[in-house]
Ligand binder design. Structure first.
Ligand code: ATP
Length: 311
């Protein structure tokens, strides 16, 4: 199908995520790990502008270090646009301008957010009118975190993290993120976890047989209770991330000393997410961490998933 261009340019936005809870099973025969995650979308966004073009092209700018982001067919946003075009039989291309605020390889699903924003932008640009379920199905083919970037809010993910059900979350949670300049490779972090768990000793944790999100995590989210969420939150990847990046240990201690309720590694790191009691305390922690030379950002969650904005 060749369609007349219905509009000049479409702007879409998708959020980064943090994992407020993350349990990781043993690797399966295919090497993938079954996980159980409670995700929250936070107010750190990727913006994508889609413009009609005969080819598939991309430019990437951002407030974060973007030099490692691929500018070819490997870019998740380009893959998303191509997948949608082939699905609906659209035979021209698109130019994508991605503006990144989510740290690259930071465990916050930035590439997945780009893919989600590209899907909704191209869907609107090409007048495809795919529904939520169809976009979710395409998203799952692009990466495990793409369905959540489309959905946003707060959700539980099982399987590879892509079998999603929305979770109720009351009110708003305040977070201070500490972003590292140097990202971490997700496969390397998982391999480190497997090695750590294969060690001997009574304190070495074992992989859960059936990863699951604890009921007390869901209860804390439902009640909007930051203190309870701080006690219930956990991430199985934390020891692996700390073994690979030991300097994060001091940073965690500093954040806790300066009033954070909890310190979480987001996904496969190295971004740290400090959970804070209220907005004022979050601002104070942001100032303290910035004064110590860290790149600290104050965000909140939950926020909506990928959506088209007025340009
Ligand atoms: P993961 O989803 O593996 O947990 P992450 O959130 O830690 O990833 P991303 O910023 O999504 O990190 O990037 C992971 C890798 O994906 C990058 O190192 C990069 O090579 C590749 N990549 C592909 N497309 C993109 C994109 N649009 N933005 C950022 N990285 C991308």
């Amino acid at each position: 199908m060749t369609q007349a261009y219905i509009t000049e340019r479409v702007h879409a936005r998708a959020p980064g995520k943090i994992n407020v809870f993350f349990q990781v099973g043993a690797p399966g025969a295919d090497g993938y790990h079954e996980v159980a995650s409670a995700y929250q979308a936070v107010s750190l966004y990727e913006d994508v502008w889609a413009t009609p073009s005969d080819e598939f092209t991309i430019e990437v700018t951002g407030t974060v270090q973007c030099s490692d982001v691929p500018l070819d067919e490997n870019n998740l946003a380009v893959r998303a646009a191509r997948l949608l075009a082939s699905e609906i039989g659209y035979d021209a291309g698109v130019h994508l301008h991605v503006h990144k605020a989510v740290p690259v390889a930071g465990g916050m699903g930035g590439g997945s957010a780009d893919a989600a924003a590209a899907l909704v932008a191209c869907d609107a640009l090409w007048g495809a009118g795919l529904g939520t379920a169809e976009l979710q199905r395409l998203g799952a083919r692009l990466g495990a975190d793409v369905p959540f970037a489309l959905m946003g809010g707060t959700a539980v993910g099982t399987g590879r993290g892509d079998q999603l059900s929305p979770a109720l979350a009351r009110g708003r949670f305040e977070w201070v993120l500490v972003v590292s300049d140097e990202g971490m490779s997700t496969p390397v972090v998982y391999a480190e976890l497997d090695e750590y768990r294969s060690g001997t000793g009574i304190y070495v944790p074992r992989a859960p047989a059936r990863p699951a999100v604890y009921p007390m995590v869901l209860q804390a989210l439902r009640q909007g209770d930051a203190q309870a969420l701080a006690s219930a939150s956990d991430n199985d990847l934390t020891p692996a991330v700390l073994r690979l990046r030991p300097t994060l240990d001091d940073l965690i201690n500093l954040g806790l000393q300066e009033g954070a309720l909890a310190a979480l590694v987001s996904g496969s790191g190295p971004t740290l997410a400090f959970l804070i009691e209220n907005e004022q305390a979050a601002l104070e922690l942001q100032v303290a961490l910035s004064a110590a030379g860290h790149n600290a950002l104050h965000v909140h969650g939950p926020v909506p998933g990928a959506r088209v904005l007025p340009d």
